[in-house]
Design a binder for this molecule. Structure first.
Ligand SMILES: *Cc1c(COP(=O)(O)O)cnc(C)c1O
Length: 232
C-alpha cells in the first residue's frame, strides 16, 4: 500500500474509535482530504484509497486541480475567501466553509441568485478569539445568521472553526464543545435557509477531540499527505 493509503487507514480507524467512545456512529463523520500544496497525482492516490471529499484553501490553487479531477470528488473551499475571488470559488466548491462577513455574504448571495441555485456555506466562527484567525466572534453569530437568512442566494448548512494550535489536543476540546453548543443554539433560532447540518472542525493534530465533541466534517491534510512543502 502507498503511504497515503496507509495513512488513511490509520486515520479512519482513529476516527471510528473516537466516534465509538463518544457513542456516535463513525459513518456520520466525513473525512475531507486537504490537498493544498499537494499534487494532482497525490489527490488521485487519495481518491483511489476511497477519499470522496477534497479541501483546498486557495482559489488559485484549487481551480486547476478541479479542472483535472472534476466531479470525481466533492470540493470544499476551506480557506479565507476574498470577495473578489468568490465567483471562482462558487464555480468549483460544493461547500464554502469560510463565510465570516456581510460583504462576502452579499457577493455569494448575488452569485447564487445569478446561477439560480443558492450557494451552500458554513459560517466560520473564531471560537477561541485568536487575533490571527478569521471568523466571526461567537457573540455576533445570531445577528449575522438572522441577517443572511434574508439572502435567498445562499443557504447556511452549519458552522466551521479552526482551533488554536496546541501540543495537547485535549486542551482545545472546549473550543469544539463551544462550536457544537453554538450550532445547537443557532438551530433553535428556526431561521429560513439556515440549517445546522455540518460541524466542520478538527485537523491533523486534533481531529479525535473534534469527533468526540460532534464534528461531522474533519479537514485533514498533513496526516494524510505528509508535511506540506511550502514555497515562498
Ligand atoms: C490546511 C488546513 C487544514 C488541514 O491542516 P492539517 O493540519 O494539515 O491537517 C484544515 N483546515 C484549514 C482551514 C486549513 O487551511
Amino acid at each position: 500500500m502507498s503511504n497515503i493509503a496507509t495513512n488513511l487507514q490509520e486515520i479512519r480507524q482513529r476516527i471510528a474509535e473516537a466516534a465509538r467512545k463518544a457513542g456516535r456512529n463513525p459513518d456520520e463523520v466525513t473525512l475531507i482530504a486537504v490537498s493544498k500544496n499537494h499534487t494532482v497525482d497525490q489527490i488521485r492516490e487519495a481518491l483511489a484509497a476511497g477519499i470522496t471529499d477534497l479541501g483546498e484553501n486557495r482559489v488559485q490553487e484549487a481551480v486547476p486541480k478541479y479542472q483535472a479531477i472534476g466531479k470525481a470528488a466533492t470540493w470544499h473551499m476551506i480557506g479565507t475567501l476574498q470577495t473578489n475571488k468568490a465567483r471562482q470559488a462558487v464555480a468549483f466548491a460544493d461547500l464554502i466553509h469560510s463565510l465570516d462577513r456581510t460583504s462576502l455574504a452579499q457577493e455569494l448571495h448575488r452569485l447564487g441568485q445569478r446561477r439560480g441555485r443558492p450557494v451552500p456555506v458554513l459560517v466560520q466562527v473564531n471560537v477561541a478569539g485568536e487575533e490571527s484567525k478569521h471568523g466571526l466572534p461567537p457573540a455576533e453569530l445570531p445577528a449575522f445568521l438572522e441577517q443572511i437568512s434574508a439572502m435567498d442566494g445562499l443557504c447556511v448548512q452549519g458552522l466551521m472553526t479552526i482551533a488554536p494550535a496546541a501540543d495537547d489536543p485535549e486542551s482545545v476540546r472546549p473550543v469544539f464543545a463551544r462550536l457544537r453548543r453554538l450550532s445547537e443554539q443557532a438551530a433553535r433560532l428556526g431561521l429560513p435557509r439556515v440549517e445546522m447540518r455540518w460541524l466542520s472542525m478538527g485537523m491533523s493534530g486534533d481531529y479525535e477531540a473534534a469527533v468526540a465533541e460532534g464534528a461531522n466534517l474533519v479537514r485533514i491534510g498533513s496526516a494524510i499527505f505528509g508535511p506540506r512543502n511550502y514555497r515562498s
